[in-house]
Design a protein. Sequence first.
Length: 318
Amino acid sequence: MQSNFLSGRSEDAFRIAELHEKMDELADLIGDSGTVQQYEAIATYFCTRSQMIQAAKFFAMSGDPQRAMNCYMADGTDAAMDAALDLAEKAPDRQLREQFLEYLNANMKDKTRDLKYLLRMFIIMQQFDEAAAMALKISDEFRMRGEYKPSHDLLFDIICQLRKHNVPVSSEMRQSLMLVHSYLLINRHKNDENKTICALLLKRLFKYVSKFPAHASNLLVMGVVYCSKVKMNKSAYDIAVKVLQPEYEGKVKPEVLKKIQTTVRRKDTSEVEEEKKPCTSCGVDLPISELYCGSCKSNLPYDSFTGMHMLRDDFCVC
């Protein structure tokens, strides 16, 4: 096969490759220097054997993005969808893009899996408002059902995509990511020897507990427990009062409820002062869990590991 190809007898080389199922090797020999006819022949070979991703690759190389897209859609695997998005991004063919967008809408079965492709397609077509609105809506649905990881991943991905295209990210979207990220950090820090970070995260979420209906009572109970452990007694009292409201009746175990009631009866408004560190913008000292500076009216970046606001010295160039 190789000798036939190198001596210019490409048709003979193709027949040998087809007979002995060595088309991959022939394709490697041809590389990027093949003709349209050679790429079409290779693509057709793979297509007849239902190797759709390979077929799509060579249809694209032959200059036929439409047939390449058809092969990717026929395959339907994650690898095919990723490749189809790359093709849609490179091909300046709006009709091709709209066809793939229609395919994604019609075949969305698993929101967690398929939504990322649909959103990326919106970004490729520069429908940024639609992408942002859909991402926020679906991430809210995930969060309300207690599916925090997919909610977080969806928001993080769409924010990265928007920033990549220099599109402003709404404060609502930034706040949604911050809240669900804070929730996920609680599990990471709840077993720390020092319970302060966990207590501060729970205190933060206490203000937004209605956004976590699937685990609201658990969040509040944990808030009372962890704030008490680090002597944030006023915060523990405030959260305990919330637990005793009618909306949480029957949602807290009786033995736990008794301890909550005791916290309310023995009202203690003492509070360990929260550590303060400078604002990254103006340098004014702020509590480490505070993510907004009232002095310079700035939203502060937060550490992805602790959820606390960052310092100027925390930044580096990779």
